[in-house]
Design a protein. Structure first.
Lengths: 462, 367
């Protein structure tokens, strides 16, 4: 058996100059070995005559050394080209002056490119944007209407209307959808604009890579020649001082040249620890919006839209069930919607039948944890013990953790204030007071919001 | 090699040939050289970048045949600065000595053995046709503007030569606009080949007024253009061109005949106010007023609108990129242009009035 094709290349390399190898021979590919004739392909018709005339003896020698017994070889110019290009002389039956000959290559019509091939797929080149996020399928409600009208102004006149555009809000509230939609719409309206969507992680990755490879200029070229820069998950800039510095300069450069900057995070920049106050104030100097949790009606509308995108019609029972049970995170809602649709499809029954015997994925986990375990986990999260929480200490940190535990027991475990009072050996009015304080503080205190959402994750962890 | 040649003739040939050599990528150093071959009664000059090759034949008095390659840029610059006189070139080993009157120089070259072999076209295999040079120039100029520079979609970076209902058409698109022109009638062969735009640009800039016809020969993997004493060979692009005829709207709602010069002027003026909006202008046809207008609004600068009289059968408004519109209007040869539209978001179609062999489609912008 002949050796690997790579051996042939290595043999050829020994016999010709490096320059000649790299120019003419490096890309030759094995095609067949039959009847003592080797066939290989080259990618460019300019290469073929050079190998045939100049390097024939070297190639033959290498082939024989590698175990291909042959005294000649064939070269074809990349198979693909011959298929995609069609050149056929006419098959004439009546006498004509032109010489008659039929091209022998196999004829295949050039593949039929769809309209999408020609016109649409060029739209999403290298912007990092996903074409599924559009303004048309973004549901506008009371929680985001201001942000959307600002977004429309930005799409019309990027860089001049609201710059920078900063939106913040909880996970799964639709920030990514909105900023990607802005990018996609700008691209449609101003195809010549240079748009880039990155998460701050990607920005950080690019920056570190450019430092490692000493290609800081490439990095600067990439980010500072943009017309529109869209940055997602900005909160993760926390603790990355050098990236933050670089982002600050990139931002200033773009802003000074009237280039649009769009940033999304889960809270205001001033509330992200370690963000330089200078950067924080600049990010919000244009316009900033809080994307809130969509209300019930908006959630219903979102579910309808998502179902439509999947080509499905949903009955109101299903929609309301979903809107009620998966209120806190649109992403979960989407997952559950897909699950129900799939089940309905597999079983061949309407979705309303499915929800009758479906329990939300998160519900069983809700009950898997006992009040005692919850208290334990909250205490652990704050570096305290269950005893501390169950005790009577009025120390601020302990009191705060205790109230959070009460709040979570009420919200997540659905326990009544009387039951919670029994756990803590306290009057139910004390519990009501504690729950109310946390509810009020959650509206304004972003740190608390983050802590509570982390704690929720821990509660549902197993 | 020993050869005598006229300065004017050699300088002209070198200016054509050295363009290909000069644009070479780093790699084989010999690719930036021009190959000189003296044989019979002519001097042949050849340059290639392994995608494109140019050959030019120059009448010369050959005293001793032979070959040598020398740096193209240097030789071209040197010869073009010499007085109009006879130039004598003598090769000795790797050195080329050039003398003309009081001027004499020696250039270090590389032996021709290392120069790449060029692909040849087997005339029996090839499909060939001949086009008057002025038509070739007009047609290619009309189409090449729509080709794309986006290397990630190679098919769109070329001009698509294709036969359809017995005629050869050339077409190009960058995804936002499309140009299609009937190139040669009564073609019996079948052709579907994408020719790289740079190769066609090279042909266009090498076309001098003295050339009457362009002879084209195509085989599976390459195309050759012969323009008088110049031969340009290029590889074809290895990709499938989209089935672009689907994109040409069949039934447009309305057709308007517009004066081209006037429309260019109106578009240029509106474009001044369209810088903020990335060059987008609004073209509006009004049936009741019998007018066609182009307008643009810049929130800071102000606004502009211009109208001209036109026979309008249907109201219609569409937002277009002014640059694309101007590009198309500038290559339309007739004095009047046919403007077709069907809806706010449907492409517009521009055509020549006299001969409907040119179609230019522009996708609208969403406004």
């Amino acid at each position: 058996m002949p050796n690997e094709w790579q051996t042939v290349l290595d043999e050829i390399k020994k016999n010709v100059t490096e320059m000649a190898f790299n120019t003419f021979l490096v890309n030759i590919k094995f095609v067949s070995y039959e009847n003592n004739i080797v066939t290989f392909s080259v990618h460019n018709s300019f290469i073929k005559p050079n190998i045939e005339k100049k390097y024939k003896s070297q190639v033959l020698k290498a082939l024989n050394t590698a175990g291909y017994i042959c005294d000649d070889f064939n070269i074809i110019v990349d198979d693909q080209a011959a298929k995609k290009t069609v050149i056929r002389r006419p098959v004439e039956t009546t006498p004509v002056p032109a010489p008659v000959s039929v091209h022998t290559g196999s004829y295949q019509p050039a593949s039929v490119g769809s309209i999408a091939n020609g016109f649409v797929s060029t739209l999403t080149s290298n912007t990092g944007l996903s074409s599924k996020y559009l303004l048309d399928n973004y549901v506008v409600g009371g929680s985001n209407d201001m942000a959307v009208s600002a977004a429309r102004a930005i799409i019309e006149h990027p860089g001049t209307s609201y710059n920078p555009f900063f939106i913040y809000g909880g996970s799964g509230y639709g920030k990514t959808h909105l900023i990607q939609a802005i990018g996609n719409e700008i691209h449609k309206l101003h195809p010549e604009m240079n748009i880039l969507y990155v998460t701050i992680e990607q920005f950080y990755g690019d920056f570190v890579y450019s430092l490692q490879k000493k290609k800081l200029d490439d990095f600067k070229n990439k980010y500072r020649n943009l017309d529109v820069l869209i940055v997602d998950d900005f909160q993760f800039i926390q603790g990355k001082a050098e990236s933050q510095n670089e982002f600050f300069h990139t931002f200033n450069e773009l802003y000074a040249n009237n280039k649009q900057v769009i940033v999304a995070a889960d809270r205001l920049p001033s509330q992200i620890a370690t963000v330089d106050p200078r950067l924080a104030s600049r990010l919000t100097q244009g316009i900033s919006f809080d994307i809130q949790l969509p209300d019930f009606e908006t959630r219903c509308a979102i579910i309808h839209t998502k179902a439509e995108m999947l080509g499905q019609m949903l009955d109101n029972v299903t929609v309301e069930f979903l809107a009620e049970n998966f209120g806190t995170n649109i992403r979960d809602l989407e997952g559950e919607l897909n699950r129900i649709l799939l089940l309905a499809d597999v079983r061949g029954v309407p979705t309303s039948d499915i929800i009758k015997d479906i329990t939300p994925v998160s519900q069983p986990t809700q009950h898997r944890i006992t009040p005692k375990q919850l208290i334990e986990r909250v205490a652990k999260y704050y570096g305290l013990t269950s005893k501390d929480l169950l005790g009577t200490s009025r120390v601020k940190d302990i009191k705060n953790a205790r109230q959070i535990a009460m709040y979570l027991m009420n919200e997540e475990l659905g326990l009544s204030t009387v039951k919670i009072g029994n756990e803590f050996s306290k009057d139910h009015t004390t519990i009501m007071h504690g729950v109310k304080i946390i509810k009020t503080n959650l509206k304004s205190d972003f740190n608390l919001r983050e802590q509570v959402s982390e704690l929720r994750g821990k509660i549902y962890a197993n | 090699m020993e050869v005598e040649v006229l300065q004017t003739r050699l300088a002209k040939a070198l200016s054509v040939v050295s363009r290909v050599a000069a644009s070479t990528k780093a790699g084989l150093p010999i690719l930036s050289n021009v190959l000189l071959r003296a044989d019979g009664k002519q001097l042949t000059l050849t340059a290639t970048n392994l995608e494109l090759a140019t050959v030019e034949y120059v009448n010369a008095e050959v005293k001793k045949s032979g070959t040598l390659t020398v740096p193209a840029r240097l030789l071209s610059d040197f010869i073009s600065n010499l007085p109009k006189d006879t130039i004598k070139m003598v090769a000795d080993g790797e050195k080329l000595t050039i003398s003309s009157g009081k001027y004499k120089s020696t250039i270090n070259g590389i032996l021709a053995d290392d120069f790449p072999e060029l692909p040849t076209i087997d005339e029996k295999e090839a499909v060939s046709f001949k086009i008057p040079a002025d038509i070739f120039k007009e047609a290619v100029n009309q189409v090449i503007i729509a080709s794309s520079n986006d290397a990630t979609r190679p098919a769109l970076t070329g001009v698509y030569f294709n036969t359809f209902e017995g005629s050869l058409y050339i077409a190009a698109t960058d995804g936002y606009r499309l140009a299609d022109r009937k190139f040669v009638e009564d073609v019996k062969s079948e052709i579907k080949a994408i020719v790289p735009a740079p190769a066609l640009r090279e042909v266009l800039s090498s076309l001098s007024d003295s050339v009457e016809d362009v002879e084209v020969a195509i085989i599976d993997s390459q195309i050759r253009f012969r323009l008088g004493e110049i031969e340009i060979t290029s590889k074809l692009i290895d990709a499938s061109f989209p089935d672009y005829r689907q994109l040409i709207p069949r039934d447009n709602k309305a057709k308007i005949k517009l004066n081209k010069t006037e429309l260019i002027r109106m578009t240029k003026v509106a474009a001044l106010f369209a810088r903020e909006s990335g060059g987008s202008v609004v073209c509006e046809a009004k049936k009741d007023e019998g007018s066609f207008g182009v307008s643009a609004v810049a929130s800071e600068l102000g606004e502009n609108s211009a109208t001209m009289e036109a026979e309008v059968t249907e109201d219609g408004k569409v937002t277009l990129n002014s640059r694309y519109l101007l590009d198309a209007l500038n290559v339309i040869s007739d004095e009047d242009v046919e403007y077709n539209f069907s809806g706010k978001l449907s492409p517009i179609v521009l055509r020549n009035i006299k001969n409907a062999d040119y179609t230019h489609i522009i996708m609208p912008l969403k406004s």
